[in-house]
Ligand binder design. Structure first.
Ligand code: 5CA
Ligand code: ZN
Length: 412
């Protein structure tokens, strides 16, 4: 698929800080240790509705990962998928008497616009599930050949399932106990009660064609891919095993990232799929997770239409830590708008206090597991002094402007 375009990224004078991130699989804050090219995969949208602030928060968190690595001089090979064929998309199209392909294309186009408006650095590869079907089929063929996958005992629809513990490491990514896994599996797209499976936690790899459903001919028979194998194949075929960061919202910890990893590790025979599994907290509205299925959404496109500055959206979401579940509120946005106005006023002054320390603190905090609340406080402190006319450094306002642009993605 076509990706979106990025605005140029300025270079910040001074010394970058290497990035450390919390890794779900080990439960530890660990340094990332990318080679010259850092490799990141972030799970993309299922395009059946517009991008809401929950999605935006997740993509903005990983945009900071990208920015810190780039500040450290790495190239970033960033891959993101689009789940452009899956149950929720087909159900929404059916409900609205819409064509699922047209719906998916329309919402994907809007997502690109939203990401561009939010100044999210674009992935190098933005890859749809449908266009990846040949490579997904190839991976499923290998899993079958290796005995890690099997046909359901169902003569009419012999769907292909993954033996969930084919690698012997099942559960290492989420660290959930079996009752928790069983609950999330059922709640998040799994089919524990499907007759003909060998184990309730075995996950769908290939769904044989059903009447009225889209399907593709293949050596596996006509059908369509399951969800986890999509990300597994797209990631490994571009980034290789052991890439630096696998990312998404915390609702993907299980089952999605557990199985994406297990599928890939079963095929490759090596471990791990990713070196860090990184998860953003859930953004809620009115006390509930913001989700398309609940319909309690605030859309990025709606805020754009209302003339809300992308910098204010960033500041509202960065006011909380990316791993914390938090609520979107009108007050959060208005405080962010005030903060943005203060910062803009401060950098438009002819002089300010010397800013090298402020920039160093900004770098430290963002590189420290994306600690944006503290990073924002560092800029607040500088802006407060500048607005009190304390400071005679003529280069300082420009330096702060550049650092806030490069490291936080906010244009002042
Ligand atoms: N297509 C799959 C991933 S392969 C999917 O989960 N799509 S999605 O459209 O439902 O979500 C897209 C991304 O936004 C995922 O990373 C998901 O974890 C994240 N996300 C969804 N809802 C929220 C929320 N309320 N707060 C934060 N992140 C969210
Ligand atoms: Zn995914």
């Amino acid at each position: 698929m076509r990706t979106w375009s990025s605005v140029p990224l300025p270079r910040v004078p001074g010394t970058p800080r290497p990035l450390r991130l919390f890794d779900t699989s080990t439960g530890q804050l660990r340094p990332t240790a990318p080679g010259q090219t850092a490799r990141m995969y972030v799970c993309g949208i299922t395009p059946y509705d517009a991008t809401h602030l929950g999605h935006a928060a997740t993509y903005l968190a990983f945009d900071l990962v990208n920015r810190v690595w780039r500040d450290n001089g790495h190239d970033v090979f960033y891959v993101q998928n689009v789940t452009d064929v899956d149950e929720p998309l087909l159900e929404r199209a059916e409900r609205d008497q819409d064509d699922w392909i047209v719906l998916g294309l329309r919402e994907t186009a809007l997502f690109r616009e939203d990401m561009e408006a939010l100044r999210v650095l674009s992935p190098r590869e933005f890859v749809g599930a449908v266009e990846s079907i040949p490579e997904i089929v190839e991976v499923i063929g290998k899993l079958l050949a290796d005995g890690a996958a099997y046909r359901a005992d169902d003569p009419e629809f012999p769907d292909i399932y993954f033996d969930h513990n084919a690698t012997g490491r099942f559960g290492y990514e989420s660290n959930y106990d079996e009752p928790t896994m069983t609950r999330f599996f059922a709640e998040r797209g799994g089919d524990p009660d499907r007759a003909g499976k060998r184990h309730p936690l075995d996950a769908l790899l290939w769904r044989c064609a059903r009447p009225g459903e889209p399907s593709w001919d293949s050596e596996l028979g006509a059908g369509r891919p399951g969800w986890h194998i999509e990300c597994s194949a797209i990631a490994v075929n571009r980034l290789g095993m052991g890439f630096d960061v696998q990312g998404g919202g915390s609702d993907l910890i299980f089952p999605h990232h557990e199985y994406s990893a297990a599928h890939a590790e079963a095929v490759a025979g090596t471990h791990p799929f990713a070196r860090h599994y990184v998860h953003a907290g859930m953004i809620g509205l009115d006390g509930q997770k913001m989700s398309k299925s609940r319909g309690n959404l605030v859309f990025v496109s709606r805020l754009r239409a209302d003339g809300v500055d992308s910098g204010a959206i960033r500041l509202a979401l960065f006011a909380g830590h990316y791993r914390t579940d938090r609520a979107w509120t009108a007050a959060l946005l208005s405080e962010a708008q005030e903060r943005l106005a203060r910062w803009r006023e401060a950098v438009s002054l002819p002089t300010g206090p010397a800013a090298a320390d402020t920039v160093a603190r900004l770098r430290d905090h963002v590189a420290d597991d994306l600690d944006t609340p503290t990073a924002l406080a560092a800029i607040d402190a500088w802006a407060g002094e500048a607005l009190r006319r304390n400071g005679t450094d003529t280069a300082a306002p420009g330096l702060v402007r550049i650092a806030v642009d490069a490291l936080l993605g906010i244009e002042l």
